[in-house]
Structures are given as C-alpha cells and as structure tokens.
Design a protein around this ligand. Structure first.
Ligand code: NDP
Length: 276
C-alpha cells in the first residue's frame, strides 16, 4: 500500500489540492495517493485521528477547521504557532500530532520568487483581518517587509490582529475609511469580498505605477480586486493561484522531504481554470 494523504474540510469537493499533490507526486516520483475527505463538524477531531494512522501520513486542513487543527496538535511549528491555525498535519516519529501552516510561505514565495516582487523594506497594505491574513503576517514580516498596515471592515479585528505582530515589526491597523491616500509598494487583498463579487472600499491613491497588487483569491476571470488594480494600471496584478500551489509544495516538502517544481503545476492549473 502506498502512503495516503488528503485534504479535509467542509466543503471540500471543489478543492484543487488532490490535483496539485497528485501532480507533485508524479514530478518527484513519490508513491502516494491524495484524496479529499468531507467531514461534518462534530466529527473533525475523530476523523483526523482515524486518518492519521497506518499508511495515512498527512492531512491538509481547509475551511472551517484550521483553528481546530491547530488546537488538536501536540507540536506546532513556529509559523503555525503564530498563525493560530494549521493547514498541514502529520505525525512525528514519537507519534505526536504535528501542525504546520504553509499558507504564508506560499504567499511569500509566489510574490518574491515567482513574480519578482521586492519584499525587503516594502510598505504593505493588507485588506482583511481574518484567518488568511493572520496566517501570512509572520512570513511577510520574516521576509523583511518595512511596514504593514492592516485595514478591515471591522476595525477592532484589525487592531487585535496588529497587536499580535507588533513585536515582529512595524504593524498598524485602521478601518477602510482611514486608509491614507498614498501609494504603497504592495497591496494584498486578504478579504473574502471577491467571493461576493465585491471590492473593499479602498482609495485609488494607494496604487501607483510601481505598486504590486495581490488578491489571495483566484478564478478563471480576474477577481473584482484584480480588475480594479488593472484599471488603475498597477505595476503588477497577481491572483492567489500561485499561493495555493506554493503552500501545497511546502506541505509536500514537510511530509516527503522533497520540494516539487511548481511553475508547470501553476501553468497547468491556470489552463484548467480557463477551460471550465
Ligand atoms: P475569514 O472569514 O476568516 O475572513 C474574511 C475577511 O474578509 C474578514 O476580514 C472580513 O471582514 C472580510 N470581508 C468579508 N466580506 C467582505 C466585504 N464584502 N467587504 C469587505 N471585507 C469583507 O476568511 P479567510 O481569512 O479564511 O479567507 C480570506 C480569503 O483568502 C478567502 O477569499 C480565501 O479564499 C482566501 N485564501 C486563499 C488562499 C490561497 O492559497 N490562495 C489560502 C487561504 C485563504 P470582517 O472582519 O469585517 O468580517
């Protein structure tokens, strides 16, 4: 029997993770299977235990269970600890349940390595203060960004989140209406507004000719945020497909000790979105 992996969530049927990890396994010549496991909320902890035994070697965790995965773990990487959420579970050699969070490193690699966005010293505006934003804060600050302003619809959530990271760098918070009308080097949309076809109310002045705009969401069509950034002639406009593939590559590397090549997988996934 080959080693088994899966993504666990609810809903999970739409997940691209099986397609991505199966391709990684082919590219790196690893014998494994990767599926999708839909779990009902009360069963999450039991199902994790059931999966991670014998040849069940690793799980990716998606909505709405990332915080519960974090809480369940008996060991956490520093980036998972700081994220307060886990997207990657596996067992240590002594049998303890280990949690990691690879979302933030996925974003950093996509920005810096795939798209050549300079992070060192960058002035960054982050829109949103939910789980995804919390997950990327430590890796962004670790990558040396100069400052991060977190703007959120619910200002108190932005303030709470900023306070968790002020020990790591220059981090502040505000509501959308208090965003300064000045250009940033990088604007990241970490809200789920695009899911509703909406755009957070952000002043156009935050985008200049050399601003990189990144939406953590992605789709066959440009997201409302990406379209807005293109209309403003932003220097770079990037959606979250690369982040998705890069976070998967890091999880694969944590489990298997080999880092797969990602460029062809991103291209393939993009092509499959375009044809749907
Ligand atoms: P959460 O539900 O934890 O947070 C949602 C955030 O979006 C909150 O800050 C919320 O504001 C804000 N928001 C929701 N609707 C609107 C709106 N209409 N206008 C303005 N702000 C709004 O979600 P997550 O943090 O888990 O996910 C955020 C996004 O990131 C999702 O689109 C998800 O798909 C994407 N993501 C992408 C990944 C990738 O690999 N590419 C990985 C992880 C996430 P408030 O606090 O006021 O409610």
């Amino acid at each position: 029997m080959s080693d088994r992996y899966a993504v666990m969530g609810n809903p999970v049927a739409h997940s691209k993770s099986p397609q991505i990890h199966t391709r990684f396994a082919e590219l790196t010549d690893q014998a494994l299977t990767y599926g999708a496991v839909h779990v009902e909320s009360p069963d999450f902890e039991t199902e994790v235990g059931r999966f991670l035994q014998g040849d069940g070697k690793g799980l990716n965790i998606t909505v709405p269970f990332k915080e519960r995965a974090w809480a369940l773990a008996q060991w956490r990487s520093e980036r998972a600890e700081r994220a307060g959420a886990a997207n990657t579970l596996y067992r240590l050699e002594d049998g303890r349940l280990a949690a990691d969070n690879t979302d933030g490193v996925g974003l950093v690699r996509d920005l810096r390595d795939n798209h050549g966005v300079k992070l060192a010293g960058a002035r960054v505006l982050v829109l949103g203060a939910g789980g995804a934003v919390r997950g990327v804060m430590h890796p962004l600050l670790e990558a040396g960004v100069g400052s991060v302003l977190i703007a959120n619809r619910t200002v108190s959530r932005a303030e709470e989140l900023a306070s968790l990271f002020t020990d790591e760098g220059e981090v502040s918070a505000c509501g959308f209406d208090a965003i300064p009308a000045e250009a940033f080097d990088l604007v990241i949309n970490g809200t789920s507004a695009s899911l509703q076809g909406e755009l957070p109310p952000v002043p156009a002045a935050v985008v200049a000719a050399n601003t990189a705009c990144y939406d953590m969401m992605y789709g066959a069509e440009p997201t409302p945020f990406c379209q807005w950034a293109m209309d403003l002639d932003a220097g770079r406009v990037i959606d979250g497909l690369g982040m998705l593939v890069e976070q998967a590559a890091e999880a694969f590397s944590v489990w298997r000790g080999v880092t797969p090549e990602t460029a062809s997988v991103i291209d393939q996934l993009r092509a499959s979105l375009d044809t749907k």
